[in-house]
Ligand binder design. Structure first.
Ligand SMILES: [Zn+2]
Length: 117
């Protein structure tokens, strides 16, 4: 089931393309297609530009998750360590095992610092 893209998602797509897409040119738009970037006109999920999906979208993990998930927009919160997508159901505080470990290490370090004073 496709759904309409939110205003935030459209804005994020545009920002990603202008910043990262190797095929995008500020003057000409999409260079291989020789027209406005296909992704700028998207209003619904699904059928993304292949280059965008494979090379540009992964640069924004949270956006990738929300665009690649069909149906109602799932709730994600950003990982406090790397900014990746964490399901907001409260079971996990970080996106991955390694981020959780980094966070734990930081907590310990802060604790030790406070103790020393
Ligand atoms: Zn993370």
């Amino acid at each position: 089931m496709a759904r309409e893209l939110t205003r935030e998602e459209k804005r994020a797509i545009r920002a990603l393309v202008t910043k990262w897409c190797a095929n995008y040119d500020r003057e000409c738009g999409c260079l291989p297609l020789d027209c406005e970037c296909y992704m700028f006109g998207k209003c619904w999920t699904g059928a993304y530009c292949r280059y965008f999906r494979e090379a540009v979208l992964p640069l924004d993990p949270a956006l990738e998750v929300s665009l690649m998930t069909e149906g109602p927009r799932p709730d994600f919160k950003p990982c406090p360590i790397c900014g990746g997508a964490v399901p907001a159901d409260g079971r996990m505080a970080y996106c991955s095992e390694s981020c959780a470990r980094i966070a734990l290490r930081r907590q310990k370090r802060d604790y030790m610092r406070k103790k020393r004073r």
